[in-house]
Design a protein around this ligand. Structure first.
Ligand code: GTP
Length: 596
C-alpha cells in the first residue's frame, strides 16, 4: 500500500486536463503514442465533440520513480461540469491528492475554485500545476501569484508544465510520488469500497468502479451494496489499465472494477459502499446521497405514433444513465409524451442528442423548469415537476423553489454588469473577493429557476466571455410565484404554462405574447394570443388573418414546381401542432428561450 498513489485532476473546463492526462499515460508507457487516439480519457463520441469529460473513469499507471522504487499511480478522472458535481465529489473522496491545473493564459476560474474547495474538504494534498506555459499569452508570474494567494503554497511548489510540449510531466509524476500521501486503510478489516462511478456495457451489464478503503474484495465472493441493500456475486474484479485487467483480489488502497451481473445502472448508486456478505462492515462510507434530478422538461415525439418507440428509447438510455428519470405525461397541445428529469441543462442536452443519434428519435422538448414544493391549504406538501400540474390558486398555501449558491469570477471591468444581471435574476449578493487588482470573485444566492434558461448566455455576453460560473444547491426557499397561462383564441396551451415570480409576471407575459406573435404564422382567421394569471388577462397580441395561396407564385403553371411547393407545405405542416383551431409551429413551444 505504501507505493500506491491515488490522485485526480481538478481544472476549469479547457484548461488542459485531458491533454496533460494523456502525457502522463504516455510518459509511464501506459499507452504508446500510436495507441493514443486523440484523448483516451474522453471516450464517448459526444464527449469528444463537446470537449467535456462527461463520465469519470480511472486508469492505473506503473511508474519507476527517481528513487528507484516502483509505484502504482491511479488517476481518477472527474467530470468537468456542475451537472455532475456529486460524481466529482465521490471521485475526489477516492483520492489522497489532486493536481490543480490552471491555464497560464486564463488564470484561476470559477470551477478551479469550486473543485479546489471540494478537494480541500476531503483533505487532499494539492499539487498546483501551471499549464500551457508554451503559449505566448502565458501570464506566468501573474497566475503564479493567483495560485499562491488561493492555496497558500510556496511559489516553487508550482510546477510549470505544457501538455503540448510535454514539459514538466516528469516533475508532476515525481511530485505525485513525493507529496501525495500513500493511502491508509486496513486490509484485514471488513470490506468497504466506495463506488465512484459506473458504466453500462451491453454485454456485461454494469461495471462499477470503486476505491477500496478497507479490507479486500475477492473474485467470486458474495458482496452487498450497503445503501441499496442488494446482494451480488463478484463474477469478476480487477484493475483498470487501458483495458480492464482481471485480478483475484483488489486490496485496501487500490482502485478497481467489479462486474456482477447487474442489469441496470439504476441498481448501482455512485457513493454507495460495497461490503462482503460474509464479513460485512457496520457503517457505510460517509457522504452517500441519492442524486435527484433538478431540471424537468416534457419530451414529446415529433410524430405522435412514435410514443411507444420513445418510451423504449428512454428505457434503454436509463439502463446506462441512472440519473435520467421519466414518467408519462400528456399535453393537450403536444399529445402523449414524458416528463423527464435531468441533473441539469447539459445533461438534458446530452439526452436529447443521444435520443437523436443513437435512437433516431426526433423529439420536441418543452421549456425546462425546476421542481417546486407546493404546500396546500390542507397542509400537504406536493412536489410539482410541471407548472400545468399546479393546484388551483385557492388551494395553495405557499410554494417553495430550489436555491443555489452561485460563484462567478470576472474582470473588475464587468463586475457592475454581473451584479446587475444577478440582481435582475433575484440574486442576493453574499460576498465579493478581489483575487487580483483586476479579477474578482462574487458569490450570490439565487433561485435555480433563474439560471435554467438564458443565464449562461447573458453572463457571457455582458462580460464579453470574461466570466466563469459555478453553482451548488442550498435547499428550498419560499417564493412569491404565480402560474402564467398562455391562451390561443381562448384555448390554454398547457405546454406553455410557466411558474413565474409574481413581480416578473407582467413583463414575462407581455414578452411571451410578442414572441409568439412572431413565431405563429398568419392563418385564415385572426388569432388572439393572451397571457393570463388565473382568470385575469395580463397581455394580448393578435396575429391578423391572411389568405395564403402558396401556389400563386407559380403563374407559369409548371405543375412539378407546384407539386413540390405543396409537398413542402405538407412537410411544414407536420412540424405544426394543432391547438384548438390554431396551428402552432414547434419553435413556438420554446419561445421563452428566445426572449430577450
Ligand atoms: P475539458 O475536458 O473540456 O474540461 O477540457 P480539458 O481541461 O481536458 O482540456 P483539453 O485537454 O481538452 O485542452 C483544451 C485545449 O487546450 C485543447 O485544444 C488542447 O489542445 C489545448 N491545450 C491543452 N494543453 C495545452 C498546452 O499545454 N499548450 C497549448 N498550447 N495548448 C494546450
Amino acid at each position: 500500500m505504501k507505493n500506491i498513489r491515488n490522485f485526480c485532476i481538478i481544472a476549469h473546463i479547457d484548461h488542459g486536463k485531458s491533454t496533460l492526462a494523456d502525457r502522463l499515460l504516455e510518459y509511464t508507457k501506459t499507452i504508446t503514442e500510436r495507441e493514443q487516439q486523440a484523448q483516451v480519457l474522453d471516450n464517448m463520441e459526444l464527449e469528444r465533440e463537446k470537449g467535456i469529460t462527461i463520465k469519470s473513469h480511472a486508469i492505473q499507471m506503473d511508474y519507476t520513480a527517481q528513487n528507484g522504487e516502483r509505484y502504482v499511480l491511479n488517476l481518477i478522472d472527474t467530470p468537468g461540469h456542475v451537472d455532475f458535481s456529486y460524481e466529482v465529489s465521490r471521485a475526489i473522496a477516492s483520492c489522497e491528492g489532486a493536481l490543480l491545473i490552471v491555464d497560464a493564459t486564463q488564470g484561476i476560474q470559477a470551477q478551479t475554485i469550486s473543485n479546489l474547495y471540494l478537494a480541500l474538504g476531503n483533505d487532499l494534498e494539492i499539487i498546483p500545476v501551471l499549464n500551457k506555459i508554451d503559449m505566448d499569452a502565458a501570464m506566468v508570474d501573474e497566475v503564479k501569484d493567483q495560485i499562491v494567494d488561493l492555496i497558500g503554497c510556496d511559489r516553487d511548489e508550482i510546477i510549470a508544465a505544457s501538455g503540448k510540449t510535454g514539459q514538466g510531466v516528469e516533475d508532476i509524476l515525481e511530485a505525485i510520488v513525493a507529496r501525495c500521501p500513500a493511502p491508509k486503510g486496513d486490509e484485514d478489516a471488513p470490506l468497504q469500497a466506495l463506488i465512484f462511478d459506473s458504466v453500462f456495457n451491453s454485454f456485461r451489464g454494469v461495471i462499477a468502479y470503486f476505491r477500496v478503503m478497507n479490507g479486500t474484495i475477492r473474485k467470486g465472493e458474495r458482496v452487498k451494496f450497503f445503501n441499496s441493500g442488494k446482494e451480488y456475486d463478484a463474477d469478476e474484479v480487477g484493475v483498470l489499465k487501458l483495458k480492464m485487467v482481471q485480478r483475484n483480489e483488489v486490496r485496501a488502497g487500490d482502485v478497481g472494477y467489479i462486474i456482477s451481473g447487474i442489469k441496470s445502472s439504476a441498481d448501482v448508486q455512485v457513493g454507495d459502499t460495497i461490503t462482503s456478505v460474509a464479513n460485512p462492515c457496520t457503517t457505510g462510507i460517509e457522504g452517500f446521497e441519492e442524486v435527484k434530478p433538478m431540471v424537468f422538461a416534457g419530451v414529446y415525439p415529433v410524430e405522435n405514433d412514435e410514443y411507444e418507440e420513445l418510451r423504449a428509447s428512454l428505457e434503454k438510455l436509463r439502463l446506462n444513465d441512472a440519473s435520467l428519470t421519466f414518467e408519462p405525461e400528456s399535453s393537450l397541445a403536444l399529445g402523449f409524451g414524458f416528463r423527464c428529469g435531468f441533473l441539469g441543462l447539459l445533461h438534458m442536452e446530452i439526452i436529447q442528442e443521444r435520443l437523436y443519434r443513437e435512437f433516431d428519435m426526433d423529439v420536441i422538448t418543452t421549456v425546462p423548469n425546476v421542481s417546486y414544493n407546493v404546500y396546500t391549504s390542507k397542509g400537504d406538501m406536493i412536489s410539482i415537476h410541471n407548472p400545468s400540474g399546479l393546484p388551483e390558486p385557492t388551494l395553495v398555501d405557499r410554494i417553495e423553489e430550489p436555491y443555489i449558491h452561485a460563484q462567478i469570477i470576472t474582470k473588475t471591468d464587468y463586475l457592475g454588469n454581473v451584479i446587475k444581471l444577478c440582481m435582475e435574476k433575484r440574486g442576493t449578493l453574499k460576498s465579493q473577493n478581489f483575487l487580483t487588482t483586476d479579477r474578482v470573485e462574487v458569490n450570490f444566492e439565487m433561485p435555480l429557476a433563474e439560471i435554467v434558461f438564458d443565464f449562461y448566455d447573458k453572463l457571457k455576453s455582458i462580460s464579453r466571455g470574461y466570466a466563469s460560473f459555478d453553482y451548488h444547491q442550498i435547499g428550498y426557499k419560499i417564493s412569491a410565484l404565480a402560474k402564467l397561462d398562455i391562451l390561443l383564441n381562448s384555448e390554454p396551451v398547457d405546454a406553455l404554462s410557466a411558474l413565474i415570480y409574481k413581480d416578473h409576471a407582467y413583463d414575462f407575459g407581455r414578452k411571451m405574447c410578442e414572441k409568439l406573435k412572431e413565431l405563429i404564422p398568419r392563418q385564415q382567421f385572426d388569432i388572439a394570443i393572451q397571457a393570463a394569471i388565473g382568470a385575469k388577462i395580463i397581455a394580448r397580441e393578435t396575429v391578423k388573418a391572411v389568405r395564403k395561396d402558396v401556389t400563386a407564385k407559380c403563374y407559369g403553371g409548371d405543375i412539378t414546381r407546384k407539386r413540390k411547393l405543396l409537398e413542402k407545405q405538407k412537410k411544414g405542416k407536420k412540424r405544426m401542432r394543432q391547438v384548438g383551431n390554431v396551428e402552432v409551429p414547434q419553435s413556438a413551444f420554446l419561445a421563452v428561450l428566445k426572449m430577450d
